[in-house]
Design a protein around this ligand. Structure first.
Ligand SMILES: [Mg+2]
Length: 232
């Protein structure tokens, strides 16, 4: 079983603390003082966010790749100091599910995220989830979420993919995550713990849509298509 995990809105919420890091980064690179509180970041890769920020708030109609990269690097620099500025949290049942999967023979968790690898590490370390993820695919260049999904699958050996046949899952909170799952032939578990309502996720074609991640036994039963043991 392979389980690819989105981060924001799925494993944890930073309370949009990352916005502070983007604001500081934008000021560093372009001098602009922007209020990004309502800027849509959900499900978008960091490099795409950076490019859009330079266009919409940085006075750069066609930013050079070097400017985008510089903005991302400044964001990564500011992010660890930004995270404690908002009361974020690990989302319900996440830690128990990751612990449960770590004990499941043949189960492996990887990241599949629009965060850069440095950004992802900062968030997972701040919320003490880093130990559950040794690998994954990130927004470390110009690729869109689909490209990141293909890169995530490429992190796994063919033998492992074959062994997991039918048991490859993407867990995420946006229609972008659902499309990621579809692009790599995975089943998507969509959770309405981020910016999207369950009906939007269902309409996008999620395999399962849940208001939040369920207790670990229920989650494992769902992925394993096992009947839930009933209490007698
Ligand atoms: Mg997300």
């Amino acid at each position: 079983m392979l389980v690819f995990w989105d981060i924001d809105g799925t494993l944890l919420t930073t309370g949009r603390a990352g916005i502070y890091a983007w604001q500081d980064a934008l000021r560093d690179v372009s001098g602009a003082n922007a209020d990004l509180e309502s800027f849509d970041t959900a499900g978008h890769p960091d490099y795409g966010i950076a490019r859009r920020l330079l266009v919409e708030h940085g006075g750069m109609p066609d930013p050079a790749a070097s400017a985008v990269r510089e903005l991302v690097e400044r964001y990564e620099h500011h992010l660890p100091d930004a995270l404690p500025r908002r009361a974020g949290r690990v989302l319900p049942n996440v830690r128990q599910i990751l612990e449960g999967l770590s004990r499941e023979p043949g189960a492996r968790c990887l990241l599949l995220t629009g965060n850069t690898s440095r950004g992802a590490r900062a968030k997972l370390e701040h919320y003490r989830l880093a130990e559950f993820f040794s690998d994954g695919a990130f927004s470390d260049g110009v690729g869109d979420r689909i490209a990141i999904a293909r890169a995530a699958l490429a992190r796994v050996s063919r033998a492992e993919v074959a062994a997991a046949a039918g048991s490859v899952f993407v867990v995420g909170d946006t229609p972008h995550d659902v499309r990621c799952g579809q692009a790599i032939g995975a089943r998507t578990v969509a959770v309405a713990t981020g910016d999207y309502e369950a009906d939007r996720l269902q309409a996008a074609g999620a395999w399962r849509t849940l208001p939040q991640l369920p207790p670990v036994t229920e989650f494992l039963a769902m992925l394993g298509d096992r009947e839930l043991a009933t209490d007698v």
